[in-house]
Design a protein around this ligand. Sequence first.
Ligand SMILES: Nc1ncnc2c1ncn2[C@@H]1O[C@H](COP(=O)(O)OP(=O)(O)OP(=O)(O)O)[C@@H](O)[C@H]1O
Ligand SMILES: [Mg+2]
Length: 310
Amino acid sequence: MAAYYESAPLGYGWFLLPTESCSITDKAFRDLSEALKIVNIISVQSFKGGTGKSTISANLAVTLAQLGKRVGVVDLDLEGPGLHVIFGVSDSDVKATINDVLQHKAPVSQSVVDLTSKIQLKAGCLIFCPAGHKLDDILSILDTGFNLYTFKRVLEDLARDYNLDYLLIDSHPGIEKDTLLSMALCDYLVLISRVDQQDLFGSGVMTEVASQLRKPVVLILNMVPSSVSEKEAAKIAERLAELFHLHVLTALPFNSDVLENLSKGVFVLEKPKDPLTKRFTEIAMKMLEAIETGSPDDPSTTQSTSQPVA
Ligand SMILES: Nc1ncnc2c1ncn2[C@@H]1O[C@H](COP(=O)(O)OP(=O)(O)OP(=O)(O)O)[C@@H](O)[C@H]1O
Ligand SMILES: [Mg+2]
C-alpha cells in the first residue's frame, strides 16, 4: 500500500495522495481546468463541530441563488451529513449520493438534486449533491476514502455541466483528509467560529493550514451571545483579523429562531423578513463584490483587515 502513495508537496507528510494514474506535483493545484477557473469554489469549514457550517452553507447558497447566481452545494461532511435535512431532501429525491460518485459507483449527474423550483428563482439556479446518511454509506467511504483527482473531477463536472458561478462545500469539522482536499481545491475558505476560546484557537490552526496552501480566508463569527455587544464583537473581530491575518466578514448573533427551527428548513426562505435574513443578504453581497470585482475587500488581495464587523 505504501508504494501506492506519495506525499503531496505541501509540507504535510501525512497528506497522502494516490499516484496510480497521474504523477502528482504541486502544479496540479495551480493548473486548474477551465471549468474550475470559472467557478468560485467556497469551502465552509471550522475546527470545532457545531459552529453553524451547514446552516450558513445552506443559507448562503440560497441567498446567492436568489441574487441570480448559479450555485451548487456539496455535502462533504461524509462522516456526519446534515445538509439534506436542512434542504428537506428525502431519500426518494436521491438517485445517488456524493459518496457513490466519489467511489466511482455513479456519475455526478445522478447525485444532483435540483432545488431551483423549490425556491422559486427568477434567475440563477441551486443544485445540491447530498452525502449518504446510511451507516453503510458512511462506513464504506470511511474505508475507501477518495483522492484529490477524483474530487477535482467531480467539482469540474458539476461546474461545467451546470454552468455554475459558485460551488459551496460544506465540511466535516477539524483537520482531516477530506477537509484538506477541500481546502486544497477551493478558491476561498470561509471559516466559521463561535466566540469561544476553543473555537478561536482552532480557527488559528485552520488559518495556518490555509496560509500554507495559499488560500484566502474569511471568518464568520457565529452565534455571538447577546451578552456580547455589537461593539465588543467588532473589537474581537478586529483583534482576530490582526492576529490571524484574515478578513472577518461578519459576526452573526445567536438567534433562537434558528435553533428552534431544528434544522428543518432554510432560515432565509422561512423568515424572509427577519433581520438575520438581511444579514445573509449582506454577507452574500459582500462576497460577490469582493470576488467578482476584486475590490480592496477581496480577501485574496488583502492579508488582514481591521474593518469593524457588519
Ligand atoms: N446563529 C445561530 N443562532 C442560533 N443557532 C444557530 C445559529 N447558527 C446555527 N445554529 C444552530 O446550531 C446547531 C449547529 O448548526 P450546524 O449543524 O449548522 O453546525 P455545523 O457546524 O454544521 O455542525 P457539524 O460540525 O456537526 O457539522 C444547529 O442546531 C443550528 O440550527
Ligand atoms: Mg454540519
